[in-house]
Design a protein around this ligand. Structure first.
Ligand code: UDX
Length: 454
């Protein structure tokens, strides 16, 4: 089997998953990070992020001698790979940039991390190296990276990732497609060949199309969710049920069942950032992307809609006051299966509830002490919301519980005991996660999104 020497710069969600998975495909991988302590932890197999299977894969690949970690991009790209003698002497053939591209001023992606690494490594790259951008970057970044590199003998390729947090390893090894964009076919084919064993459909295209494809996918997903959230609201007004509606439309293969669950709004590290960035791209190209703007506006409004729902549920009035009303929040991460709080709709809603005067207390299964990872310190508050380590504590004296993240464990809580601890037996379920009949039997009033009145 053919193997390549691959350097991966950046060991966040994308970089670490890419490095460990490419190693598991048989390639020789060196991952670099600027955080010395993190590199030390990774060498010991300690992975800071919650990502099923990733820590095991890292340990396995390190033991197999295919994966190693170094401090600094320069050490990975140049002489980071063992040669005949076993010590570092060979250069990387392919260099993946998996760096943060946070939302900068006005929604434009901030490319300083990418630029710094290009600056650091440009003179060290061996002739014929392929530099691959895996981070989500504005259209044109491959061209800009090539300009900054200023190396006619180095190609720049765009190979966007489509990994979901919480199933990143699975998604990497079972991709719907591989996208490789480059203006030179030979470099694109070399990158595509890294994934050959996965047997996924591969789209070879130019760099700009590959870069745009990532935004096009995430913005389409965001649009689908805003559509569903708006549809759930309409369901409430006309007495229809969103669960039945989405089941019915999902059987249409052109629509599909996935990504049709209404919620408190979409969040996370990608969808909010990418929708804003694409709007910027459109603005810069003098194109008024109304559909995308409406997608974002619908999402912003969704948060206020949840607050209004809570207000109505607790006070019985649309304009009732939430001042000093105690509310228990169940779930604060942006979705279940992760400890990631970036752009979490739960936190945005918590901020609005606090502004409205409510006293909040939050519980999230990913934010409690983890006996299997004593290195991880559990916070006692997040964004001003005090955290408790048990859902019962969140229910104690609360006038409503608000389910904001779809953690499956919430389904099987002792709802009878919870009802007994609450001041008012109300549950606002923004994920339509809980069984309404179970809540009813426990003496609770459950209020979901777009659900037919029970
Ligand atoms: C997303 C894309 O799915 C992935 O392909 C891309 O590479 C990175 O961005 P991720 O941010 O991990 O992945 O989250 P995802 O599972 O897509 O969820 C995004 C948001 O939509 C979350 O807030 C989630 O709760 C919400 N969502 C998702 C819903 O409200 N309903 C759904 O049916 C699905």
């Amino acid at each position: 089997m053919f193997t390549r020497r691959v350097a991966v710069v950046g060991t966040g969600y994308v970089g670490l998953t890419t490095g460990a998975c490419l190693a598991s495909l048989g390639h020789q991988v060196v991952c670099a990070d600027i955080d010395t302590a993190k590199v030390e932890r990774l060498r010991r197999g300690v992975v800071d992020i919650v990502e099923p299977g990733l820590a095991e894969l890292v340990t396995e690949q390190v033991s197999a001698g295919r994966l190693s970690f170094v401090v600094g991009a320069a050490n990975a790209v140049s002489e980071g790979f063992p040669g005949e003698s076993g010590s570092g002497e060979l250069d990387a053939e392919i260099v993946f940039l998996c760096l943060p591209t946070p939302m900068g001023v006005g929604g434009v992606a901030d490319l300083r991390a990418v630029e710094a690494v290009v600056e650091e490594t440009r003179e060290l790259l061996a002739a014929g190296t392929v530099v691959v951008n895996k981070s989500t970057v504005p259209v044109g970044t491959a061209g800009r990276t090539a300009e900054l590199l200023d190396r006619a003998d180095v190609s720049v390729v765009s190979n966007p990732e489509f990994l979901r947090e919480g199933s990143a390893v699975h998604d990497f090894l079972n991709p719907d497609r591989i996208v490789v964009g480059c203006d030179t076919a030979e470099a694109a084919e070399r990158v595509a060949a890294l994934y050959a064993r996965l047997g996924a459909p591969t789209v070879l295209t130019d760099a700009a199309s590959a870069e745009l494809m990532k935004y096009a996918a995430n913005c389409f997903l965001a649009m689908k969710l805003s559509y569903v959230n708006a549809m759930a609201e309409l369901c409430e007004r006309v007495g229809a049920d969103i669960g039945d509606v989405t089941e019915g439309i999902g059987y249409d293969r052109r629509i599909g069942q996935a990504f049709l669950s209404p919620g408190p709004g979409w969040g996370g590290s990608c969808l909010p950032k990418d929708t804003h960035a694409l709007l910027q791209v459109a603005d810069a190209a003098d194109f008024e992307f109304r559909l995308l703007r409406a997608t974002i506006d619908t999402n912003t409004r969704q948060r206020q809609r949840i607050v209004d729902k809570v207000r109505h549920a607790v006070t019985g009035r649309r304009t009732g006051s939430l001042t000093r009303v105690r509310l228990g929040l169940l779930g604060l991460t942006f979705k279940a299966g992760t400890d990631d709080l970036r752009d979490s709709p739960a936190l945005a809603i918590a901020a609005l509830l606090r502004q409205a005067g409510a006293d909040l207390v939050g519980y999230d299964p990913a934010l409690v002490p983890d006996p299997s990872n004593p290195d991880k310190i559990a916070a006692d508050e997040v964004d001003g919301v005090p955290l408790v380590s048990d859902p019962m504590e969140a229910a104690q004296g609360a006038e409503a519980l608000v389910v904001l993240t779809e953690w499956p464990v919430f389904r099987t809580l002792d709802w009878v005991a919870i009802a007994g601890a609450m001041k008012q037996p109300i549950v606002v379920d923004t994920r339509n996660l809980l069984d309404p009949a179970t809540l009813r039997r426990a003496g609770l009033t459950g209020i979901g999104l777009g659900r037919r009145e029970a």
